[in-house]
Design a protein around this ligand. Structure first.
Ligand SMILES: *[C@@H]1O[C@H](CO)[C@@H](O)[C@H](O)[C@H]1NC(C)=O
Ligand SMILES: *[C@@H]1O[C@H](CO)[C@@H](O)[C@H](O)[C@H]1NC(C)=O
Ligand SMILES: *[C@@H]1O[C@H](CO)[C@@H](O)[C@H](O)[C@H]1NC(C)=O
Ligand SMILES: *[C@@H]1O[C@H](CO)[C@@H](O)[C@H](O)[C@H]1NC(C)=O
Ligand SMILES: *[C@@H]1O[C@H](CO)[C@@H](O)[C@H](O)[C@H]1NC(C)=O
Ligand SMILES: *[C@@H]1O[C@H](CO)[C@@H](O)[C@H](O)[C@H]1NC(C)=O
Ligand SMILES: *[C@@H]1O[C@H](CO)[C@@H](O)[C@H](O)[C@H]1NC(C)=O
Ligand SMILES: *[C@@H]1O[C@H](CO)[C@@H](O)[C@H](O)[C@H]1NC(C)=O
Ligand SMILES: *[C@@H]1O[C@H](CO)[C@@H](O)[C@H](O)[C@H]1NC(C)=O
Ligand SMILES: [Cu+2]
Length: 575
């Protein structure tokens, strides 16, 4: 328990937290079998970034928020108290939440929001997951500043399936607006235009040397010559996939989304929002300072995007004292913003550590298109999207609408049938050349709806996720709540069942909770529906979920005692 409360009380996380974390060498952390209890107080706090002081929403006044640490098998109890002026919920991204959908967090999906002045206690157990996850607000765009790392160590008396690192550090990539992010999304929702692009990316809350007024606060990651250290990279940005690299230090990828991978070495990784990647680096370079840098992989050309670069510094402890004699760190080479080849080369290199037990016989075979669209402007209004219309987005031509007066899970549990329907289509209602550059505009307007797809407990599910080029093709990071899935293949163009089935990896595909569906391409995923509840599946670019790029699964209870959703907690918020 002590180890956690000291981590919780770290004040200036960005400056000191990493130093402290490094002093907790990977072998010295103390974890007890009992529940880990945390208070999360949601509160506004002034912070200075990009030369201005902003009042941001935080957890316990920290930005990024507290790092949660547990072992595989531990139970976490987090009491969230809302002292801010916004509705909020917290999502534990990637946690399977077996039978505990009530603790998953997406607002109006598994719970009503925690209103200002309210509170709610999330309780869940980590089951069979090891590595790096994270937590974030799942309400409007509050996750722009309300997020933190969730680190899961191996079970007691077991160790990593790779060299024990000397030190560990989380690196949380974020996205920063020189404005209130809630104003940014509300403005876009009002006008129908794309929201303003961000002004900076951040590493552990700091933009770094390449932005105005930021260099004195650039995050320093200390290393010592000869050490091999574990870096846990998390993409917590709202709307951008990111390339990430460290000058002079190739990265050995050992895990992603809290699952171990066959190690491989690369100079650059790509993460969609929601994804994590664990890498080992060895400090075998001349003592000095090396830039850690990240910038966008942006596939929706020619739309505007935040083309800035965030940096931190990998600093050898034996390097000349930076205060006395600053040396300019060397800079890594990052792929161009539109280098889809570099993104694909990385994502297709991932393999599970060993052969996996992947569902071979499929019970439910789904084909979902994912992409943008345009709604006609309501009469009497002017709209700011392309052709004077409003941006929208959809899966299988359904643009997902969140209920406002109930959460879907509560409605399901109480048998209220006016909140959603279960007729989400298993295949696109219209077949067309999904990736052509001239898709007829007659196909561009989806239908709004709160439609779910029902799955029987235990069914083996395959989903082909197919990008469309409607409005613009784009790489969409698709996240499923309550599940990990195997990514058995991906490719470009339209998925072709005859040709592409041969590419399926049914031996050692990577297991993830978020798949970056290639721009103008497709990805195929498989999972067993072994977790009853309501589970949101959505694009993790928040601009797209705001536009409706989502659907939800209703996974029925099984017959066994341990195959049913637990009863709702007594303090579950009501709408
Ligand atoms: C871990 O190992 C120690 C020493 O061998 C033993 O006392 C303890 O019971 C083990 N704990 C677990 C959870 O297996
Ligand atoms: C969005 O950008 C425009 C143009 O720079 C600016 O006028 C507007 O205030 C911005 N909106 C928000 C919410 O910051
Ligand atoms: C830094 O400030 C200058 C002067 O205000 C401005 O022209 C420049 O664009 C800013 N640079 C960045 C990276 O924001
Ligand atoms: C993005 O910035 C890089 C420099 O970091 C520049 O070379 C490139 O032209 C910019 N691209 C766009 C589309 O603005
Ligand atoms: C990437 O963008 C640059 C312009 O910034 C362009 O010259 C180049 O052709 C683009 N590359 C690809 C692969 O689209
Ligand atoms: C909730 O709102 C929807 C849409 O406005 C409405 O159709 C439904 O009847 C309402 N349900 C309840 C339980 O109030
Ligand atoms: C798109 O272009 C192709 C090739 O030029 C053509 O065959 C097809 O009819 C076009 N489709 C539409 C909807 O215009
Ligand atoms: C979506 O549905 C609308 C309404 O039926 C229709 O006009 C449009 O063509 C459909 N688009 C696609 C891609 O199915
Ligand atoms: C806050 O949540 C309540 C439901 O609990 C909802 O009625 C209200 O619209 C929400 N407020 C905002 C600003 O979303
Ligand atoms: Cu998307």
């Amino acid at each position: 328990m002590e180890a956690y409360s000291s981590i919780n009380s770290w004040g200036s996380w960005a400056l000191l937290g990493l130093y402290l974390l490094f002093t907790l060498s990977a072998s010295s952390f103390v974890v007890e079998a009992e529940d880990h209890y945390h208070d999360f107080v949601i509160q506004a706090k002034p912070v200075k970034r990009l030369c201005k002081t902003h009042n941001i929403i935080t957890v316990n006044g920290q930005f990024p928020g507290p790092t949660l640490e547990a072992r595989n098998g531990d139970t976490l109890v987090i009491n969230v108290v809302n002292r801010a002026n916004y509705n909020i919920t917290i999502h534990w991204h990637g946690i399977r939440q077996m039978r505990t959908a009530w603790a998953d967090g997406p607002e109006f999906v598994t719970q009503c929001p925690i209103r200002p002045g309210g509170s709610y206690t999330y309780r869940f157990t980590v089951e069979g997951q090891e590595g790096t996850l994270w937590w974030h607000a799942h309400s409007s765009w509050l996750r722009a500043t309300v997020y933190g790392a969730l680190i899961i160590y191996p079970k007691q008396n077991t160790s990593y399936p790779f060299t024990q690192p000397k030190r560990e550090a989380p690196i949380i990539l974020g996205e920063w607006w020189d404005a209130n992010p809630i104003d940014v999304v509300n403005e876009a929702t009002r006008t129908g235009a794309a929201p303003n692009i961000s002004d900076a990316y951040t590493i552990n809350g700091q933009p770094g040397d390449l932005y105005n007024c930021s260099s004195s606060e650039t995050v320093i990651i200390p290393v010592d010559s000869g050490e091999t250290n574990l870096i846990r990279v998390i993409n917590a940005a709202l709307n951008n996939e990111l390339f990430f690299s460290i000058a002079g230090h190739p990265m050995t990828v050992v895990g992603a989304d809290a699952a171990y991978l066959k190690p491989f070495t690369t100079s650059v990784i790509m993460l969609g929002p929601g994804q994590t990647t664990d890498v080992l680096i060895t400090a075998n370079q001349p003592p000095g300072r090396y830039y850690i840098a990240s910038r966008a992989y942006f596939s929706a050309q020619p739309a505007p995007f935040d083309n800035t670069t965030t940096t931190a510094i990998l600093e050898y402890k034996s390097a000349p004292c930076p205060a006395k004699k600053p040396t300019t760190p060397t800079f890594p080479s990052l792929p161009a913003f539109n280098d889809t080849g570099a993104a694909t080369a990385f994502t297709t290199s991932l393999r599970s550590l060993s052969a996996v037990d992947i569902p071979k016989n499929i019970d439910v075979d789904l084909f979902f298109t994912v992409g943008l669209g345009l709604f006609d402007c309501p009469s009497g209004q002017t709209c700011g999207g392309p052709n004077g219309k409003r941006f929208t987005a959809s899966m299988n031509n359904i643009s997902f609408v969140l209920p406002r007066n109930y959460s879907i899970l509560q409605a399901h549990h109480h048998g209220v049938n006016s909140v959603f329907t279960t007729d989400f289509p298993a295949a696109p209602p219209v077949q067309f050349d999904y990736t052509a550059n001239n898709v007829s505009q007659a196909l561009w307007q989806p239908v709004p709806g709160t439609k779910l797809f029902k799955l029987k407990y235990g069914s083996a599910v395959q989903i082909v996720l197919q990008d469309t080029s409607i409005v613009t093709p784009e790489n969409h990071p698709i996240h499923i709540h309550g599940y990990d899935f195997y990514i058995i293949a991906e490719g470009s163009g339209n998925f072709n069942r005859q040709r592409d089935t041969a590419k399926f990896n049914l031996v050692d595909p990577p297991m993830r909770n978020t798949v970056a569906v290639p721009v103008n391409g497709w990805a195929v995923i498989r999972f067993i529906a072994d977790n009853p509840g309501i589970w949101l599946m959505h694009c993790h670019l928040d601009v797209h979920i705001t536009w409706g790029l989502a659907m939800a699964f209703l996974v029925e209870n099984g017959v066994g005692e341990l195959q049913a959703l637990e009863p709702p907690p007594e303090d579950l918020p009501l709408c």
